[in-house]
Design a protein around this ligand. Structure first.
Ligand SMILES: [Cu+2]
Length: 695
């Protein structure tokens, strides 16, 4: 990989990038509705990103994070479909490699730009650079994030918004756009989280629930913006409303001129106590006044120091000048339609979004139009994105709450709150005076299913191709392998090789890099999905292994995949998993309860209007069927988007059309100069370089 000189001169640093201001943004962080930019002809958009450790206070407490160009979250990329995106990533993390994955971008013809460590490229070493160069081929709401270790959960993410190309119109009208990138935040460093997950069985340490939900990287940990009622107390018994005066008090204390104050104290004292005194008497009195002033100055200096430190660490709460923790305010005008883009890059949490006093219309899922339907609130799982149309009331004034709460797991995290602020409201009015809406009961799985099943493709969406072959069925289980708790797919838990798969194929080194035995397409028919693995009958038991095997498909094959959920290690327990596929959108053909039986269930699949998506959930004890055409040569990850689950092996690798890889344009060599490829005397170029474009 290319070395770059350090330190990088400021001039070259942010030359092409929308470099953020060095100081944190002022409070409140207003996210104005962006007017829709006029479409342009396809263009190349250049960015230079320095990925580095930063100190940041996303929830009003300061922690170490991974930031881009000194800020968190990373800069928003806005482009038009057809644009070429060129991002130079400089790895300034001193102790670890890094990659950036462009979530939802299919990377057609550029599989090496997918940004998955050990899969599509070598991690970029500390002090080195890598240039991502790819086309955003379709419009939609996307994001980017780290895809090495647990770097996403460390804060390495941002929004990627693709508008329709020149001459094209969205199939719905809107006057402005609002963007909400949702995440969850843990105070424990990801390295400690990973170490806990890797500990042996009895000492296994689960990451637990997040400390805060973040909206555009902002949230509150030890207080909530709204009034506290039974609902909030039910989540955290000591929940408190944020003290709006705290920021001002801290700022006043930091701004104090202690010397001037002391001089004044001394002068007042002398005037009052020492006037009329003479000689030695006056000298003594002056001395006492001087001591009194010095004492007060010492107290003032101490307070000032503490307060300025609080401000420097951005721990002065959501209401001070240099806050990094909100509140997030969306400015809107009455009687208009806004496209609210919502994406979730949470580490763990399934979320629900409510906009107080407003109904919404769902129009987009994962960069694909859906048959519009009215919703009161939106469920969103990690890896998913939606657009909803939000009509502002013609006669409303003031502000309304946007609540983002936890679903599917007993919440210990208070809902995040943002503010929808009408333009006809006085500038001093900020926080709504009403109670924030309560997000729905976390346990109501049926409510979640209804929402998810309602998502159907918009008219005009490409129809699924016909397929009659039985699907590949992927059983999701937990198991213990050599004393470590793992998630496994058909009893194989994913362990990545040290050389990226894509490099292995490009340089003809598969045998040296990974176990080339095909990964299992099905699982033991005697396996009881309603029982924990430890309680399986003897003939249903299959040992689980950790392996780097792949599924290999020839170019063009129609792939039917069923994700089969099952009981985890804990009795009577099965969790939701959002599965994300790289390199493709797939049709969501159907969902069902219990075990998938092809003869019975194939008939129930939706051949009429299955939605196209890149992420789909499998509900507890159920199955989800999807279909795609394997026509994008590359090596693609298909995995649970819950960060700790992937870390525990919950994923598979699709090696697709690899026989066609050499028909793509030449792969960047620096993507593969690690592991076996570099240590083997390094072939100068990949096998049979660039030929004609892919058919
Ligand atoms: Cu999962």
């Amino acid at each position: 990989m290319l070395l770059f000189a350090r330190p990088v001169a400021p001039a070259s640093r942010g030359l092409m990038s929308p470099a953020p201001a060095p100081t944190p943004p002022a409070a409140p962080a207003v996210s104005p509705a962006t007017p829709i930019a006029p479409a342009r002809a396809p263009t190349t958009r250049h960015f230079t990103w320095n990925v580095e450790y930063i100190l940041w206070a996303p929830d009003c407490t300061q922690h170490g994070m991974i930031g881009i160009n000194g800020s968190f979250p990373g800069p928003t990329i806005t482009a038009n479909a057809g644009d070429r995106i060129v991002v130079v990533v400089n790895n300034h993390l001193d102790t670890e490699g890094v990659v950036v994955h462009w979530h939802g971008i299919r990377q057609i013809g550029t599989p090496w730009a997918d940004g998955t460590a050990s899969i599509s490229q070598c991690a970029i070493d500390p002090g080195e650079s890598f240039t991502y160069d790819f086309t955003v081929d379709k419009a939609g709401t996307f994001f980017y994030h780290g895809h090495f270790g647990m770097q996403r959960a460390a804060g390495l993410y941002g929004s990627l918004i693709v508008n329709v190309p020149e001459g094209k119109k969205e199939p719905f009208h809107y006057d402005g756009e609002l963007n909400m990138l949702l995440s969850d935040w843990y105070h424990e460093a990801v390295y400690a989280q990973a170490a806990g997950l890797e500990r042996k069985d009895k000492h296994f340490q689960w990451i637990g629930e997040p400390q805060a939900i973040l909206i555009n990287g902002k949230g509150q940990y030890d207080c909530t913006l709204g009034d506290v009622g039974e609902f909030q107390k039910g989540i955290r018994h000591n929940a408190e409303k944020c003290d709006a005066r705290k920021g001002k008090q801290v700022e006043d204390a930091c701004d104090k001129d202690c010397s001037a104050d002391a001089n004044k104290v001394e002068a007042d004292c002398k005037a009052k106590e020492c006037s009329g005194k003479q000689g030695e008497e006056m000298k003594a009195c002056d001395g006492e006044c001087g001591m009194k002033a010095a004492k007060e100055k010492a107290v003032c200096d101490d307070e000032k120091k503490v307060s300025c430190e609080v401000i420097m660490k951005s721990e002065c709460g959501p209401f001070c000048r240099k806050t990094q923790c909100g509140p997030v305010v969306f400015d809107v005008e009455p009687g208009k339609t806004y496209r609210l883009r919502i994406a979730s890059t949470t580490s763990l949490a399934s979320l629900n979004v409510q906009v107080q006093g407003h109904k919404m219309v769902m129009v987009e899922a994962d960069g694909n139009y859906v048959d519009p339907f009215v919703v009161d609130d939106v469920d969103i799982y990690s890896g998913e994105s939606y657009s909803i149309l939000l009509k502002t009331n013609p006669n409303s004034k003031g502000s309304f709450w946007i609540s983002v709460g936890v679903r599917g797991r007993k919440p210990k995290t208070l809902p995040a709150l943002a503010i929808l602020k009408y333009s006809n409201t006085g500038s001093s009015v900020l926080l709504p005076t009403t109670m924030p809406p309560e997000t729905p009961d976390w346990e109501s799985v049926n409510r979640s299913k209804t929402f998810t099943y309602n998502i159907k493709a918009a008219a005009g969406t490409e129809k699924p191709v016909e397929s009659t072959d039985p699907p590949m069925v992927l059983l999701n289980t937990q198991d213990v392998v050599e004393d470590h708790i793992k998630w496994a797919i058909n009893h194989v838990s994913l362990g990545l090789p040290s050389t990226p798969y894509l490099g292995a194929y490009l340089y003809g080194m598969e045998e040296d890099v990974f176990n080339t035995t095909e990964a299992p397409h099905t699982f033991n028919s005697k396996y009881n999905i309603s029982k924990p693995p430890e309680e399986q009958d003897p003939d249903g038991k299959t040992p689980t292994t950790v392996s780097n095997q792949v599924y290999r498909f020839p170019n063009g094959r129609v792939m039917d995949v069923v994700i089969q959920n099952a009981n985890m290690r804990k009795r009577d327990t099965s969790e939701v998993h959002p599965w994300h596929l790289h390199g493709h959108d797939f049709w969501v053909m159907g969902y069902g309860e219990g075990r998938y039986e092809h003869e019975r269930d194939a008939k129930t699949l939706n051949m009429v209007n299955p939605p196209l998506r890149n992420t789909v959930v499998v509900f507890p004890f159920g199955w989800t069927a999807l279909r795609f055409v394997a026509d994008n040569p590359g090596v693609w990850a298909f995995h649970c988007h819950i960060e700790p689950h992937l870390h525990m092996g919950m994923g598979v690798i699709f090696a697709e059309g690899v026989e066609k890889l050499h028909t793509l344009k030449e792969a960047p060599k620096e993507a593969f100069m690690c592991g076996v490829v570099s240590s083997r005397g390094t072939p100068a170029k990949p096998l049979a370089p660039a030929g004609s474009p892919s058919p």
